[in-house]
Design a protein around this ligand. Structure first.
Ligand SMILES: Cc1cc2nc3c(=O)[nH]c(=O)nc-3n(C[C@H](O)[C@H](O)[C@H](O)COP(=O)(O)OP(=O)(O)OC[C@H]3O[C@@H](n4cnc5c(N)ncnc54)[C@H](O)[C@@H]3O)c2cc1C
Length: 390
């Protein structure tokens, strides 16, 4: 390495200023529209989801829903660097979690990589506009970490597919319109072979979506049942299979790369949380916690630097590959650390329903979703360190 220039260009600074101004004005307007910030419910409840959709549509109208996508697909045509800047400003402003995230940050990169032109032209603008709302249908009652054990079937019939089986842990499934899922399309196949990545409208006859509550009481999850539902080949323009039929595993691995890697959890989220921790500390300094605070802050900054390096590599044409597992370990463990420290700083003041407590409860799920951290360690051991499987 000959040198590292971490300064943003004047154009990037101007982009940041524009994003900051827009976010401040529009967050205030969105809060006011719903009777004030305190009246906005969690996006994982039915009422809160509807409020958050208003926010998503506002983002879209301003051209901020999917900043790094081409304009023709509903984006802003910004660079990945600018996207990182936008994310920093987004969380700094205290803007809400994106209820469209599983579409925009998980499915969309895979549609860009594997989708046909027709699929891209249909799916992406509607996703950016929050007209179609996508959930992820991978896990099943008998297939979580061992995703290749999935049993949901899609059987080939005249003009389409017949779907049977059950998905579970489908985040916000009860509020979504479409599901991207893995199905076994070759009945003779086993494990990773014979799977297809299907795009399924949830209003098909024979599909039942049953929302259920999480530990914190929000209806954030759903079970999705397929009872002989007919998925026509032309149910979506461009077709309902993403990538080749039978190649679903490799298409799905591209989605996990986005989920664990660059897009789902950008550093802006953790930098903003670390800043808020500092504010908490200043309110009531507790020197015995000072070293932990410094450590957490440094880890958030380290994640930012690592991400800048990732974007540099991606911009140079590299793929993230198994490094996304290391990325996921870092952000999920950092989130737990930041929230545990907040609760220790708050002590008895930490109300069960307060934002830090709620954030902590969600942070605890970080080492589970997007593939558990034990699985990420296995991947890192085998693929990055070259250790034997057994
Ligand atoms: C907040 C949240 C949101 C989610 N959203 C979605 C969603 O939208 N769509 C979806 O499809 N799924 C979703 N999931 C499900 C998630 O993908 C699974 O929970 C996860 O993959 C683990 O699967 P499991 O729960 O069946 O646990 P299991 O696979 O049964 O694992 C149980 C324990 O065993 C460990 N373990 C298993 N196998 C190994 C191994 N080979 N080596 C070492 N340890 C192992 C695991 O690490 C874990 O600690 C979500 C989960 C959470 C918590």
């Amino acid at each position: 390495m000959t040198g590292l220039d971490l300064t943003w260009s004047p154009a990037e600074d101007a982009f940041r200023a524009e994003a900051r101004e827009w976010l401040e004005a529009n967050l205030a307007a969105w809060h006011a529209e719903h009777g004030g910030e305190a009246a906005i419910a969690s996006g994982d409840t039915r009422a809160g989801f509807a409020q958050h959709l208003d926010w998503e549509r506002r983002l879209h109208a301003g051209g901020w829903a999917a900043v790094s996508w081409p304009e023709e697909h509903g984006g802003r045509g910004a660079s990945l660097w600018e996207w990182l800047i936008f994310e920093e400003e987004y969380y700094r402003a205290g803007a809400p979690p994106r209820v469209t995230q599983n579409g925009i940050f998980l499915l969309a990169p895979t549609v860009f990589e594997f989708g046909t032109r027709d699929q891209q032209a249909h799916i992406l603008p509607r996703m950016a506009a929050a007209e179609d709302l996508w959930c992820q249908g991978w896990s099943e009652p008998g297939a979580g970490s061992d995703l290749a054990a999935i049993r949901c079937r899609a059987s080939r019939v005249e003009g389409g597919w017949r779907l049977d089986g059950q998905k579970t842990w489908t985040t916000r499934g009860a509020f979504c319109t479409h599901l991207f899922g893995l199905f076994r399309t070759d009945p003779e196949s086993e494990r990773h072979r014979g799977l297809s990545y299907l795009l399924v409208p949830l209003d098909l006859p024979g599909v039942t979506v049953r929302g259920f509550g999480r530990l914190d009481g929000d209806e954030g999850f759903a079970e999705v049942f397929f009872d002989g539902a007919f998925l026509a080949d032309d149910a979506l323009p461009g077709g309902v299979v993403l990538g080749e039929a039978g190649q679903g595993w490799s298409v799905a691995m591209a989605t996990t790369g986005s989920e664990r890697g660059l897009t789902l959890r950008s550093p802006g989220r953790f930098l903003a949380t670390a800043d808020r921790l500092f504010d908490l500390y200043r309110r009531d300094p507790q020197p015995r916690l000072r070293d932990r605070l410094a450590d957490a802050y440094i880890r958030a900054e380290a994640y930012q630097l690592y991400t800048l390096d990732t974007v540099t590599r991606l911009a140079g044409g590299a793929a993230m590959g198994a490094d996304s597992s290391i990325n996921k370990l870092w952000w999920s463990e950092l989130d737990v650390e930041l929230h545990e420290l907040a609760l220790d700083l708050l002590g008895p003041e930490a109300e069960v329903e307060g934002p830090w407590s709620k954030g902590w409860q969600f942070a605890l799920s970080g080492p589970i979703y997007a593939g558990t951290n034990e699985i990420q360690r296995n991947i890192a051991a085998e693929r990055l360190l070259g250790l034997p499987r057994k």
